[in-house]
Design a protein around this ligand. Sequence first.
Ligand SMILES: C[S@@+](CC[C@H](N)C(=O)[O-])C[C@H]1O[C@@H](n2cnc3c(N)ncnc32)[C@H](O)[C@@H]1O
Length: 216
Amino acid sequence: MSLTHAATRRASRRTGLTAAAGLAALAAGAWWFTDQAPYPYAQRRLLDLQLPFLAKADLDQVLQPRPGERMLEIGPGTGLQTLHIAPQLGTEGRLDIVDIQQEMLDHVMGRAAEKALDVVRPHRADARELPFEDQTFDAVYLVTALGEIPEPGRVLAAAARVLKPGGRLVVGEFFDRHWIPFGRLHRLADTEGLHLTARRGPSVAYLARFRPCAAA
Ligand SMILES: C[S@@+](CC[C@H](N)C(=O)[O-])C[C@H]1O[C@@H](n2cnc3c(N)ncnc32)[C@H](O)[C@@H]1O
């Protein structure tokens, strides 16, 4: 084989490898941005980390839970927020939790039982179709869950439907691959008749509170 022929074959092999690597990177990128599977239970330990601007004290400030209230949490994961909010509702209050994954609900209920928190009620359901009557809740909240659920506008509409007049909806979002920037959330909420009443944190890590417009 001539030297020129060998060099041409090496160059062509390199081009093939580069193209394959490029295609693999594109496929990984497409998966990263379009995958809509719920958060894997196998990675549950990460959910115990408190995120900046979304920590328990921040949630208290924005959600303002009160004894006797009936609340709904969407996408509780392993219960970081559930176990913090439930005791603040007192024995007369109630915290319904909705998750699409039974493993998450079982995990939260196990932790709630250890703490004798009997105000927590689990429901396996899709947040786009909440299994509750209209105007049931004083407040609805979801932390790092909205961006993970396909059709977030439908989730906001469902949350608005089950809120009592004057009720509060609190959404927390953090910069990950499912993150909803604050501006987008604000526009989606506006479309669903929800009026912004408070916000804590920058667009990359925030908690925002809304009210149905009629009661704003
Ligand atoms: C990233 S975890 C957040 C958990 C928790 N809020 C936290 O901050 O630690 C998102 C949760 O939303 C739930 N989820 C995903 N899609 C859902 C859907 N369509 N309806 C209800 N829950 C859903 C997941 O199962 C998971 O428990």
